[in-house]
Design a protein around this ligand. Structure first.
Ligand code: ADP
Length: 326
């Protein structure tokens, strides 16, 4: 059995629905195994400021269904410096925290990896980001909820688009990854999907609109990932307007509503599995790894790989979206 006796848990970077379910699972699994838990508030900033709070089983009651994160999250520039990480280490030592669970995305794991190269307190990561863009796991906490939020919103937009014969460009989150756009596009029957992983789609859009014209479609929904290389939804809508001046074009940027809300059942269950796995990894003396879910099973992925390698969308699904929009 491992040496760890007291673990710290923090949420870092962008928040995602289901982070609370993961915190709860970490606290309860640790308690089950006789370990103490300190909540670290405001991400890495909380390590640097020794902003710790004791968490017991009862501290995480009634949070599994809540969006956001009870520990708060933050971006912390100081943790990128050797001095900042030294302060963090000293505070962890002083509080006798001998293992840390980091719930966050790529940036948070980069910080954790660097810390683990410098210091002997093991860090284990849980992927928490609505973008689903972390290599080595099929799933990240918050993605399923965000996707369902987008689908609900786009269904509503479709109603009004059909009523007025309008074309809508809907911008969804995904600065570097098109998972939300691709899946929500398929789920809502979007006429076109623009994502960073594919290039030159505007030519396809022209073709699709011309096709749609001949079929007399009553509405057109085009989903745009915010990171698409052709610009955001406003920029692309402007281009299309020049080609099709007769169209009544509208733009809707869904924005931060995609991050909030009560986590879906899937996010709660997966966050619970990952929270347990992270604590068990620390008990097993693992360090500098992320726990993930791959083909339905828990996996351990070194931070180095999770951060460095790019997770691509399934191009079969890109093709599927194209076929189904004829
Ligand atoms: P996410 O984890 O969602 O990708 P960020 O990229 O904002 O979010 O990273 C979250 C935090 O992780 C940063 O504010 C910083 O404290 C830490 N971090 C990111 N990159 C590094 C780095 N190169 N070195 C040390 N810490 C880092």
């Amino acid at each position: 059995m491992g040496k760890v006796k007291k673990i710290g848990v923090l949420t870092s970077g962008g928040d995602a629905p289901g982070m609370n379910a993961a915190i709860r699972a970490v606290v309860r699994t640790a308690t089950y195994n006789g370990l103490e838990v300190a909540g670290i508030r405001l991400g890495y900033q909380g390590m640097i400021d020794a902003n710790f709070q004791k968490l017991e089983s009862s501290s995480v009651s009634d949070i599994i269904q809540r969006g956001g994160t009870i520990l708060k999250t933050a971006r912390c520039e100081e943790f990128k410096t050797t001095e900042g990480r030294a302060k963090a280490y000293n505070n962890l030592k002083e509080a006798q925290i001998d293992g840390v669970v980091v719930i966050g995305g790529d940036g948070s794991f980069t910080g954790a990896r660097i810390f683990n190269e410098e210091y002997d307190i093991p860090f284990v990561g849980i992927p928490g980001t609505i973008d689903n863009d972390i290599y080595g796991t099929d799933y990240t906490i918050g993605y399923d909820t965000a996707l369902n939020t987008v689908v609900e919103a786009v269904d509503k937009i479709r109603d009004t688009a059909s009523a007025h014969n309008r074309m809508f460009f809907v911008e969804v989150m995904g600065a570097e990854a098109g998972f939300i756009a691709l899946y929500s596009g398929i789920a809502t029957g979007a006429e076109a999907i623009l994502i960073p992983e594919t290039k030159g789609e505007s030519r396809d859009i022209k073709k699709l609109i011309e096709q749609g014209n001949t079929r007399r479609k009553s509405s057109n929904i085009i989903i745009v990932a915010e990171g698409d290389e052709e610009g955001g939804a406003f920029a692309i809508a402007e281009k299309v307007k020049n080609d099709f001046p007769e169209y009544d074009i509208r733009v809707s940027v869904l924005g931060h509503l995609q991050r909030g809300g009560s986590p879906s059942a899937m996010d709660r269950v997966n966050a619970s599995r990952l929270g347990r796995a992270a604590v068990e990894a620390l008990i097993d003396d693992q360090k500098s790894v992320m726990v993930g879910i791959f083909n339905g099973e828990i996996t351990l992925v070194p931070f180095r790989r999770a951060v460095k390698l790019h997770k691509d969308v399934n191009h079969n699904l890109v093709e599927l979206a194209r076929i189904l929009s004829v």
